[in-house]
Write a protein that binds this ligand. Structure first.
Ligand code: HEM
Length: 474
């Protein structure tokens, strides 16, 4: 990819792609609930670089390993997030580290990285263990009553409880609470965002449909809750001034930085980033866990292999007692990796060009969105042997010495480059802790095995119909 254009380059209009309509482009050919799968199917038909249109917006789609890695690395200079995304996030009042760009992004990123670094995670482990034990109690109850468990719902309660404790110092304890919870509002946000991002025109700025009113109401409810948390934190920090010197979580760090020179955050920034962490930390980790438990149910031999490792590491205990236990889980990590290779909750990334540049011999104008099909490269035989097979061993003996292909550059569940997911370590902690607790204590079966579990795309990719019955371990 070159910033300076010195060779005769082909116009992107000559790229292959599905034929669209005048004005609407390919809008009517896409079911946005399976956006990723449609783009993957078109890639099978049109190759590693093709184009499509949503109204006036031109999209290029790449499944070329080098191009994808290069674009991820070239942020924030040559590529950024979509300007449309930043605008939609701003309208909803959560333009934080995920959606912002350039200097604004840099100063927010710094503080998020610090809040989620390993030393904070180690100190936090006891709280996380207590939350894992709550989930264990919830599932013990379900095993006694035989009730149907909505796996994604339970796991989202877990991830919200963990994120809010770590990042805001607040314990919602949604795992042990009935009645309205913040997740019921959060659940509406990603599908709403997905709809708006796919819309060829921003009609909601002129009039609102029922779905827009619901999205606005959900966002308003979350804002109210988040603002209350900020107010409580300010009171705590006034009572304990030492917290300003040594903040113990992300929220305290942002409030403390508000006062410090050079790193000023507005009240809006604080609320936007709390919103961002809630959204970024909830669905992603919960859905990855849900996909992993689906594979536990489908692959009993692998399940038993993982269970043997967990039994060995945990000894007499029911959940991992320290963060060091998590480090010893090699098979659990392999299971998580294989789940994320086949069912990444972020199967694609969208980047927007910031200036004229060359991409694979084509002239790309500023403001062109390039969709990077991260999952497709992980499912290519060029990058992983027997790519469609769930194979734990590929993660245990990496490398190509025995003729197997294992290309780490094609495994991008957490993105890559300077905008790499800062929550990866936290996510892996949660995934390992919950999978270990599950294997050690429980088994599960689908309530209705005849209902297919499908991929639903709503900004992240989640499994549908994952209703299970949980039993105590035989
Ligand atoms: C399995 C769980 C998770 C997955 C698969 C995941 C995946 C991703 C991906 C693909 C991106 C975009 C990266 C890019 O543009 O290159 C991202 C960004 C981000 N994630 Fe995660 N994530 C997970 C969990 C978390 C958690 C637990 C948190 C924090 C509580 C978090 C916070 C963020 C933030 C703040 C960003 C924006 C980073 C930026 O733009 O600089 N994520 N994540």
């Amino acid at each position: 990819m070159n910033a300076t254009v010195d060779l005769p380059l082909k116009p992107v209009s000559t790229l292959p792609g599905p034929k669209g309509w005048p004005l609407l482009g390919n809008f009517t050919q896409i079911n946005f609930n399976e956006f990723h799968a449609q783009l993957e199917r078109w890639a099978d038909e049109y190759g590693d670089l093709y184009r499509f249109r949503l109204g006036p917006a031109e999209f290029l789609v790449s499944s070329d390993l080098d191009t994808i890695n290069e674009i991820l690395r070239e942020r924030p200079h040559s590529f950024g997030r979509r300007v449309a995304l930043e605008r939609i996030f701003s309208e909803l009042g959560f333009n934080g580290v995920f959606s912002s760009d350039d200097e604004n992004w840099k100063r927010q990123r710094k503080i998020v990285i610090t809040a989620l670094n390993s030393s904070h995670l180690h100190q936090f482990y006891d709280s996380m263990r207590a939350t894992t034990e709550r989930l264990q109690r919830r599932w013990t109850r379900a095993a006694h009553t035989g009730e149907t468990v909505d796996l994604c719902d339970d796991l989202m309660r877990y991830t919200v409880d963990v994120t809010t404790q770590l990042a805001f110092g607040i314990d919602f304890n949604t795992l042990e609470t009935d009645g309205p919870i913040i997740q019921t509002h959060l659940d509406k946000v990603f599908p709403g965002l997905n709809r708006r991002l796919g819309s060829p025109i921003p009609y909601w700025r002129l009039f609102k449909l029922q779905q827009d009113r619901e999205l606005d109401a959900a966002v308003a409810a979350i804002h109210t809750q988040v603002k209350e948390i900020v107010a409580q934190c300010r009171v705590r920090m006034r009572e304990l001034p030492a917290l300003s010197q040594e903040p113990t979580n992300f929220l305290e760090a942002m409030i403390a930085a508000q006062a410090s020179e050079g790193l000023q955050f507005s009240d809006e920034d604080i609320v936007a980033n709390m919103f961002t962490l809630l959204l970024a930390g909830e669905d992603t980790t919960a859905n990855t866990l849900a996909w992993a438990i689906k594979y536990f149910i489908e692959l009993p031999e692998e399940f038993q292999r993982v269970r043997r490792e967990i039994d060995e590491v945990l000894g007499a205990t029911q959940v991992p007692m320290t963060h060091q236990d998590l480090v010893r889980f090699r098979l659990v990590e392999a299971f998580a990796n294989e789940t994320m290779r086949l069912k990444p909750v972020a199967p694609l990334t969208v980047a927007e060009s910031k200036h004229d540049l060359e991409l694979a011999g084509y002239a790309v104008k500023p403001g062109t969105a390039v969709v990077l099909l991260n999952r497709r490269i992980a499912l290519s035989a060029r990058n992983f042997s027997n790519p469609e097979t769930f194979a734990l061993d590929r993660w245990l003996e990496k490398g190509n010495s025995d003729g197997r292909v294992h290309n780490a550059r094609a495994f991008l569940p957490f993105g890559g480059g300077p905008r790499f997911c800062p929550g990866r370590n936290l996510a892996l902690y949660e995934i390992k802790a919950v999978l270990a607790m599950f294997c050690r204590n429980f088994e599960a079966e689908l309530v209705d095995p005849s209902r297919e579990i499908e991929e639903l795309f709503a900004f992240t990719m989640s499994p549908t119909n994952l209703f299970v019955r949980i039993r105590h371990r035989a």
